[in-house]
Structure formats: structure tokens, C-alpha cells
Design a protein around this ligand. Structure first.
Ligand code: UT7
Length: 345
């Protein structure tokens, strides 16, 4: 049954699926990020539409967002973040066995961004493909990396989240245009010592909520083929309730599965969709905000790039140290969600 409006997250919620990691352990060995230089502030948006800095700040926590210049490709952003992650991990593109790109805003239906990054970086040994799970894409990519390393089918995996969402914004729709931004983040995943790295996962989808966040006229298959402007649309307040709920449920799930108390999380890196969503979930999880990575004020919602953008900033600022319990958690269109608990290697 399709539930297209008033999606009742609590009464209809699906049971969550969670997994303890098995096989060879893996961990994030290096992170990188890149955002375009051009910034659009809330005050700039006031001049374009019926909105205000006060409304955007109070309702979302966003002050600025980085926006790609016309003609800038998702590939360009992704490649810059990828190079930084490789440097941080101390490996070269020739070491890569796999490249996974999460994106909802590819430069075209095909070839994949991942294949083109393989070409840009010169990574001849890598199998490369894109994953599409909207804002959850980076989390799904990380889980694939962990699985391939666990089963010894890969040693070095590059996972990227990259978006030029500004191409999909209707600047006459103040409900979406003020929220999204452009950017890219990347992580290199490699084998880790026993007991370190990824400990547990919670991944899921609930297609009954497919109409909650959409882009283009999906009912007519118009995306790319005939629809000249496939704009993002969403049922904001319903997604808000789903988001708070799924953040809390996932956090509990990965902690219980790993046998780690929620209070022992040293840093939570959430998908940056709305400060109020993060704040509401953190309060109900009993996590003080000084243990939460938040940079939505600077970047807005960058979809699949938001978690690695926030993680890279946290690592760069020294907020993560070896042995810390780090929770990553996302959600997005689909509906989809994904979280993992890591012991930072
Ligand atoms: O990662 C993708 C997943 N998406 C999300 O996570 C989004 C989750 N949802 C949200 O973050 C929030 O629902 C929004 C930020 C999108 C909207 O905030 P809200 O507090 O839920 O506002 P609302 O949609 O209930 O609208 C309240 C009022 C409305 O006016 P009336 O009907 O009360 O007169 C809207 O028309 O705010 C109005 N409004 C705005 N006013 C000024 C909506 N957008 C704006 C705006 N500026 N940009």
C-alpha cells in the first residue's frame, strides 16, 4: 500500500534490521571533503523569494550553503574529495579495489560518476559503481565496503558522497530552495585490527513512503527523458517526524547489537537535514550537543555528502581519537535509512 501523505511513522513503523559485523574487520582510514567556494546566505535568498533569515535560522539552523557555479559537475566535486581522502589514508588510486559513489545528482544517467572518477584518479584495479539511496547513499556505500573487506574480496575501498543539488532546486519553492546545498565527502575503508572499526549496522528502506521526498515527475517516468526541470519536492513536516524517529531507533539498534551503551557514544555524526531534527533526536537519546557533529549552519543539507562533510570536519578539528565510539546515521528519500557504530581505529 502506498502511503503518499500523512505517513504515520510511529504506528506504521517497520521493524529495523541490524547486524553485528562478521569476518575481517574494516575501518575508515582517511576522510576528505570539498565544497564549492561560492556561498549563498539566507540574506541572499531573502532577495530571491518570500523568506527571511529569521525563518530559515529558527526552523532549520542553516545560515549559508555552498553552491556550485553553473557548469560545475558532480564529478569535479567528488574527485576533489576523493583525492583528499586518499592522501589522508596514505594510499594511492592504484591501491583501490573498489570505488562507490553515492549521489542523487549525477551529471547524467550513465556512465556512473564512479567510473569517471576511476578515470580521473587512474585507478585501474577498481570496480566502480554508483549507489542511489538519496541522502542515505553514503551509508549504504560504507556498508558495501565493509562487507567486501569482511569477505576478503577487497582491501581498499573508496566511498564518496557527492551532490550538485542546486541543479534540482526550484527557486520559487521556498520549502525546498532554502534547505539544500552542494558538496562532496569521501572515506577510504581498509582492513582494521580485531575489535576496531565497524561494529554494527542498521540498514533499511520503507518504499511505502516513496512520495515523501521526490525529484521530477516519477509517476510518468519523466526524469531525464522529458522533464526539463526535475525539481526536489517533499512533505517536510512528515519527513521531520520520520527523521527524528528513525535517528533514535537506529542509534538504539546499533548500540544494542554491538553491546555498547548509548551514553558511551563519543561522537554522533548525523545526516545534516535540519538542526531541529538533530537536536530533538539528541535530546531523546540523552546525548549532549558537544558529542554531536553539526555543520548544517555552513552547508545546509548536502544529501549523500552531508555525513562525510561533517565527519571530515570533526576529524580535522581533532574531535575523534583512537578508541572512540563514533555513530554515523542517515535517512532519506525512498524512504531509506542507515547507521553504523564504529570504534575509531
Ligand atoms: O534530507 C532530505 C529529507 N528532508 C528533510 O529532512 C526535511 C525535513 N523537514 C524539515 O526540515 C522541515 O519540515 C522544513 C524545514 C522543510 C519546514 O519546516 P516546518 O517547521 O516543518 O515548516 P512547515 O512546512 O510546517 O511550514 C510552516 C510555515 C508555512 O506557512 P503557514 O502555512 O503556516 O502560513 C510555510 O508556508 O512556514 C512557511 N514556510 C516558510 N516561510 C518562510 C515554509 N518555508 C518557508 C521559508 N521561509 N523558506
Amino acid at each position: 500500500m502506498a502511503i503518499t501523505t500523512a505517513y504515520r511513522t510511529r504506528s506504521d513503523a517497520l521493524p529495523l534490521r541490524s547486524f553485528k559485523t562478521k569476518g575481517r574487520p574494516s575501518a575508515i582510514a582517511g576522510v576528505g571533503a570539498y565544497a564549492p567556494e561560492k556561498v549563498i546566505t539566507n540574506f541572499d535568498l531573502e532577495k530571491l523569494m518570500d523568506t527571511s533569515d529569521k525563518w530559515i535560522t529558527e526552523r532549520t539552523g542553516i545560515h549559508r550553503r555552498h553552491i556550485a557555479e553553473p557548469g560545475t559537475t558532480t564529478l569535479e566535486l567528488a574527485t576533489k574529495a576523493a583525492r583528499s581522502a586518499l592522501d589522508a589514508a596514505g594510499i594511492t588510486a592504484h591501491d583501490l579495489d573498489m570505488i562507490l559513489v553515492g549521489t542523487s545528482s549525477p551529471d547524467g544517467p550513465f556512465p556512473s560518476i564512479a567510473a569517471r572518477i576511476q578515470n580521473e584518479l587512474d585507478a585501474p584495479g577498481a570496480v566502480a559503481w554508483d549507489t542511489l539511496a538519496a541522502c542515505t547513499s553514503f551509508m549504504y556505500g560504507l556498508s558495501i565496503a565493509d562487507s567486501f573487506i569482511a569477505t576478503e574480496r577487497a582491501d581498499n575501498v573508496l566511498v564518496i558522497g557527492a551532490e550538485v543539488l542546486s541543479r534540482m532546486l526550484d527557486y520559487s519553492n521556498r520549502g525546498t530552495a532554502v534547505i539544500f546545498g552542494d558538496g562532496a565527502g569521501a572515506a577510504v575503508v581498509r582492513p582494521a585490527p580485531k575489535g576496531a572499526g565497524f561494529l554494527s549496522w542498521c540498514l533499511g528502506s520503507d518504499g511505502r513512503g516513496y512520495a515523501q521526498v521526490t525529484c521530477g515527475n516519477i509517476e510518468k517516468g519523466a526524469y531525464a527523458a522529458q522533464d526539463p526541470h526535475p525539481y526536489i519536492e517533499m512533505v517536510g513536516p512528515d519527513v521531520f517526524k520520520f527523521a527524528v524517529d528513525i535517528f533514535i531507533r537506529q542509534a538504539n539498534e546499533v548500540c544494542n547489537t554491538a553491546g555498547v551503551a548509548l551514553g558511551d557514544i563519543d561522537l554522533w555524526v548525523p545526516h545534516q537535514a535540519n538542526f531541529r531534527i538533530i537536536d530533538a533526536a539528541a535530546r531523546r537519546m540523552g546525548l549532549p550537543l558537544d558529542r554531536v557533529a553539526i555543520n548544517i549552519d555552513e552547508y545546509g543539507n548536502t544529501s549523500s555528502a552531508s555525513i562525510p562533510l561533517a565527519l571530515e570536519e570533526a576529524v580535522r578539528k581533532g574531535r575523534v581519537k583512537s578508541g572512540d565510539h563514533v555513530l554515523l546515521a542517515g535517512f532519506g528519500s525512498g524512504l531509506t535509512w542507515g547507521a553504523c557504530l564504529m570504534k575509531w581505529a
